[in-house]
Design a protein around this ligand. Structure first.
Ligand SMILES: Cc1ncc(COP(=O)(O)O)c(C=O)c1O
Length: 403
């Protein structure tokens, strides 16, 4: 039988205990003026988060899923349009595409970074599609559908290789919506701009999730879209609020998709600590790398491409027989996760898309081998060493059996 949890996968209690007074003050403010929806706390957080992301505008919404959906709608995805993304992501990415009326098309990931492979994207565009220069539209040959948007997912806190993706988007008139739900504060070195750029500042818009376990998490549900495009920000403000720019004047049908004031207030408190928390995650990731240095032949550790500064939302390793590794760690009271075990193109929900096993070999290989190890700013090196020792013990026992 597994021991009691000694090393949790994630500790959400400690940071909230540490910030308890400030967080409770937010509730008192909201109670004192009954400002529960919209108002100064939401506007202040939107300003602060836009600044944090180096974006001009931020629109607070009630989840990362709605952030994506509203960005697709405001970004011009029309019913039946193709929206390209990866099969190695959380299903919210593709749910939002469908909910916005789009049609999902998958492109495989890069084996090192686990993010959208720009070369495979180029092949899809140049081999499977044709560009109608007069109409300025990219059309998929087989389905005759218009390709409208690309969604690079900055998975595990590492950004996708944005320069080539943005170049292709510009060439073929496609909108790029970053899925930055796991990447608050991640950075990308753009050779084109010769500058580091923040997640959420490169695409036409970017979606963030504030689900509690995220690098910046609410105490409940929350999300935001960042953009440098004022018209797009205005449109999303309408979409999140029943299509109204003025109370009871509805230009379009929208949604009830607002960010609560109390959540916004809590997010402002926590945002002040985000840079420090991200640094702790990076330091922990680097010590994991070092602790695993001798196990490299049997354990694949995350690769941080030269063009990214990851924020390690997750620390994901690859190993043969990952279920046995998870059992070995569970026996020692160490919790783990798998993000994600079944590629989206093989999920029952997407049978109708017609993809078969083997369609995306990198995603399929990666999904069969990944294990997420404990990673949170308060983990500390003592507990981390225990995790690493147990992982190395497992890997070495396998080597002994094999030799
Ligand atoms: C990559 C990715 N996209 C989208 C989402 C959706 O965010 P939310 O849970 O806030 O709707 C998540 C959150 O789990 C995510 O990890």
């Amino acid at each position: 039988m597994a021991n009691l949890t000694k090393v949790p996968f994630l500790d959400l209690v400690t940071p909230h205990k540490e910030l308890e007074e400030e967080l409770l003050a937010v509730v008192k403010t909201a109670f004192s003026n009954a400002g529960f929806i919209g108002g100064p706390m939401v506007e202040e957080f939107e300003r602060e988060f836009a600044r944090f992301c180096d974006a001009k505008f931020c629109v607070g919404v009630n989840s990362g899923t709605d952030a994506l959906r509203f960005a697709f709608m405001a970004g011009g995805v029309e019913p039946g349009d193709i929206v390209i993304t990866v099969p190695h992501t959380f299903i919210a990415t593709t749910e939002a595409i469908s909910q916005a009326g789009g049609h999902i098309a998958f492109i495989d990931i890069n084996e090192q970074t686990y993010t959208l492979d720009p070369e495979k994207l180029r092949e899809y565009i140049e081999i499977k599609c044709e560009f109608d220069a007069q109409a300025g539209k990219l059309i998929e040959r087989a389905s005759k559908r218009k390709v409208a948007a690309i969604v690079p997912v900055h998975l595990y806190g590492q950004m996708a290789d944005m320069d080539p993706i943005m170049d292709l988007a510009a060439k073929y008139n496609l909108v790029v919506i970053e899925d930055a739900c796991q990447a608050h504060g991640a950075e990308y070195f753009s050779k084109k701009a010769n500058a580091w750029k923040k997640a959420g500042s490169i695409g036409k818009a970017a979606a963030f999730s504030f689900y509690p376990g995220k690098n910046l998490g609410a105490c409940g549900e929350g999300g935001a879209v960042t953009t440098n495009d004022e018209a797009m920000a205005q449109r999303m403000k309408m979409i999140r609020d029943h299509g109204q720019a003025k109370k009871y004047y509805h230009d379009i049908e929208g949604y009830n998709g607002r960010l609560d004031s109390i959540q916004a207030g809590w997010l402002s408190v926590k945002l002040r600590h985000l840079a420090k928390w991200n640094e702790s995650r990076r330091a922990l990731a680097h010590s994991y790398h070092e602790l695993f240095a001798d196990a490299k032949d049997s354990l694949i550790v995350p690769v941080e491409a030269a063009w990214t500064k990851g924020v390690y939302h997750l620390y994901v390793v690859r190993v043969q027989d990952r279920e046995a590794l998870q059992a070995h760690l569970a026996e020692a009271g160490i919790a783990t996760g798998i993000h994600y075990p079944i590629p989206l193109h093989l999920q029952k929900a997407y049978e109708h898309l017609g993809y078969k096993k083997g369609a995306f070999p990198v995603t399929e290989r990666v999904a069969a081998e990944i294990v997420s190890l404990p990673m949170f700013p308060q983990l500390g090196h003592t507990l981390q060493k225990e995790v690493a020792e147990k992982v190395v013990e497992f890997v070495e026992s396998k080597q002994t059996v094999a030799s």
